[in-house]
Design a protein around this ligand. Structure first.
Ligand code: ATP
Ligand code: MG
Length: 451
C-alpha cells in the first residue's frame, strides 16, 4: 500500500460516509469476507460489530494496517469463539478483559473486544473497565483521529460512525484529545501523540499541546509505572523516522520531568545519524535481539552520572540485559570512548577485549558519540569479523588431555581464542597443539602448588 498521503490527497476524507469502497482496496478479499462474517455473527447474537480506531484511520489514509480492531457492543467472547476456526494459528483469549486475538494469513490479525468504558481512580493507574455502548467506548480513546468506527452489520456494512469528527481531523492532520483531563488520566497518551504526529506528519492541536505541557509540568510522568512508560517508548523509538519523536520528547521535557539527568545529548541529531549509519552497515552482524529502541533511549543518558545509575534504572522497566546495556553506557562509556582513538595501532586481540566486554547497543552509542575514525573502524572490525571467531575445539578436548573440570579450562579456551584472533594459530591441529602445551603447563603449576 502507498506511502503517507500529502494534505492535498487527504482532501475529501471528511466527506466519506461509507468505508466499504476503501476497505475493498485496502484489505485482502478473504479478510473482508471475514469481517462480513463477523458482522453477521454479531447480529445473530443481537450484538453490533464495528472496526474501530487505527484500522479505520489507516484505511482512510491509504496506509497498511495489520492490526484490525473489532469492537462488539454485546458478547464479544461469543463472537470471537465463532471466528476462532478461521485463525491460522491458535487464537488467544483473555476472558478477564473480554478480548481475543485471531491470527490470520499474511500477518493480519483481528482483535475482538467488548465495547467498554474506563474510569481512573488514581491518575496514571490502570483504568477500571465496564461494558458499555460503542459511543462510550469511543469516548475513552486517546485522540479524535483514533475514534472513528465503521459498522460491520449486514444492513449497514461500512457505514461510518464519527461522533468526534475524527475524519475532519484526519483530513487536516490535527491531533486532538477528547477531553481536558485525558493526559492526566493517562500520560502515556502524550508519547502516543508524539508518535502519531511524527508518523503521519500531523500536528498537535494548540489546546492539546498546552494540555500536554501543563500535565507534564504538574508531574504527570511521575505517576505512571515504569512498565507503561517503557512500553510506550519501546514502540515510539522503532517508528521509521524517530528523530522528530526524539526531539519532541526533549522539547516537552518528558524524561527530564522524571529525572533531571535524562536530558538529550546536545548534538543528538548527528549522533543519531551516525548510529543509523553503523546500524545499516552492521545490522546483519549484530545479535538477533539487538534493541534498536534502547539505543535511541541512550541518547537521553549521556549526562547520567554513575552515582545515579540505580535511580535511572528505576525509571524504566528493563530486563537484565537491557539494564546491563544502560549500566555499561553510564559507568564505562567515557572510559571506552577515550580508548577509541588509539585503536588504529591495536592488535585484533585488544579490539576483542574491549568490545566483547560490552553489549552491541552500548558500543554503538559510545562509538557514535566519540566520532573517531579509528574507533569506527575498530568497532566494525570487531562486529563484522572478530565477534564471529570460534575455536574448533572445546572444553571436552581440554578435559580429555587430563585436566579436571574447573575454571582453568575456561582460561585455556580464552587463551586459545585470543591466539586465534591475533593470528598466532590457525586450524584445529594448531589449536590442539597449543592446548596441549597450555594443559601441561597448567598441570605443572598444579603439581608445584601441591608439593
Ligand atoms: P498503531 O498503528 O500504532 O497500532 P493504533 O491506533 O492501532 O495505532 P493501538 O496502540 O494499537 O493504536 O491501540 C488501538 C486503539 O486503542 C487506538 O486506536 C486507540 O483508540 C486506543 N488506545 C490505545 N491506547 C490508548 C490509551 N493509552 N488511551 C486511550 N486509548 C487508547
Ligand atoms: Mg494498532
Amino acid at each position: 500500500m502507498g506511502k503517507q498521503q500529502s494534505r492535498d490527497t487527504r482532501a475529501g476524507i471528511s466527506h466519506v460516509k461509507n468505508l466499504l469502497p476503501l476497505m475493498k482496496s485496502a484489505l485482502p478479499e478473504d479478510l473482508l469476507q471475514l469481517l462480513e462474517l463477523t458482522g453477521r455473527i454479531a447480529s445473530e447474537h443481537s450484538a453490533r460489530a464495528f472496526i474501530v480506531g487505527g484500522v479505520v484511520r489507516d484505511i482512510l489514509l491509504g496506509r497498511e494496517s495489520l492490526d484490525i480492531d473489532v469492537v462488539i457492543e454485546g458478547d464479544a467472547m461469543a463472537v470471537a469463539e465463532e471466528l476462532a476456526p478461521h485463525a491460522v494459528n491458535k487464537p488467544v483469549f483473555n476472558r478477564a478483559f473480554a478480548t481475543a486475538t485471531i491470527p490470520l494469513q499474511d500477518g493480519f490479525h483481528i482483535d475482538v473486544a467488548t465495547a467498554r468504558t474506563e474510569t481512573y481512580d488514581v491518575p496514571g493507574a490502570l483504568p477500571k473497565v465496564s461494558p458499555a455502548t460503542i459511543e462510550a467506548d469511543l469516548r475513552r480513546r486517546d485522540f479524535t483521529i483514533n475514534c472513528a468506527c465503521a459498522s460491520l452489520a449486514p444492513q449497514t456494512f461500512g457505514e461510518i460512525l464519527d461522533p468526534h469528527n475524527a475524519l475532519q481531523d484526519i483530513e487536516i492532520g490535527l491531533i486532538n484529545v477528547l477531553h481536558d483531563k485525558s493526559f492526566v488520566d493517562d500520560p502515556t497518551r502524550i508519547i502516543r501523540g508524539i508518535k502519531y504526529a511524527n508518523r503521519f506528519k500531523f500536528v498537535l492541536d494548540d489546546t492539546t499541546l498546552e494540555l500536554a505541557e501543563d500535565a507534564i509540568c504538574d508531574g504527570c510522568f511521575r505517576t505512571i509505572s515504569p512498565h507503561r512508560l517503557t512500553d510506550e517508548l519501546r514502540i515510539l523509538f522503532v517508528e521509521e523516522m524517530p528523530w522528530g519523536a526524539i526531539w519532541d520528547l526533549a522539547q516537552l521535557s518528558i524524561l527530564t520531568s522524571i529525572s533531571p539527568y535524562l536530558s538529550l545529548a546536545h548534538n543528538a541529531l548527528p549522533i543519531l545519524r551516525r548510529i543509523e549509519g553503523i546500524e545499516s552497515k552492521l545490522h546483519g552482524a549484530f545479535p538477533d535481539d539487538y534493541r534498536k529502541w534502547l539505543v535511541r533511549l541512550l541518547l537521553f543518558m549521556g549526562n547520567v552520572p554513575a552515582s545515579e545509575l540505580a535511580s535511572t534504572l528505576d525509571v524504566f522497566d528493563l530486563d537484565r540485559n537491557e539494564a546491563s546495556i544502560v549500566e555499561q553506557f553510564v559507568t564505562r562509556g567515557k572510559d571506552i570512548a577515550s580508548k577509541l582513538e588509539g585503536l588504529d595501532r591495536a592488535k585484533d586481540g585488544e579490539l576483542y577485549e574491549l568490545f566483547s566486554d560490552i553489549l552491541a547497543e552500548a558500543g554503538v552509542v559510545i562509538v557514535a558519540m566519540r566520532r573517531s575514525k579509528a574507533g569506527d573502524r575498530a568497532f566494525e572490525r570487531y562486529w563484522s569479523a572478530l565477534s564471529k571467531v570460534r575455536l574448533e575445539i572445546g572444553g571436552q578436548e581440554i578435559k580429555s588431555m587430563g585436566l579436571e573440570e574447573g575454571p582453568m579450562i575456561g582460561k585455556i579456551l580464552g587463551h586459545l581464542l585470543m591466539a586465534k584472533i591475533n593470528g598466532e594459530i590457525q586450524g584445529k591441529d594448531a589449536e590442539l597443539a597449543l592446548a596441549r602445551e597450555l594443559v601441561s603447563r597448567a598441570k605443572e603449576r598444579l603439581e608445584e602448588d601441591r608439593s
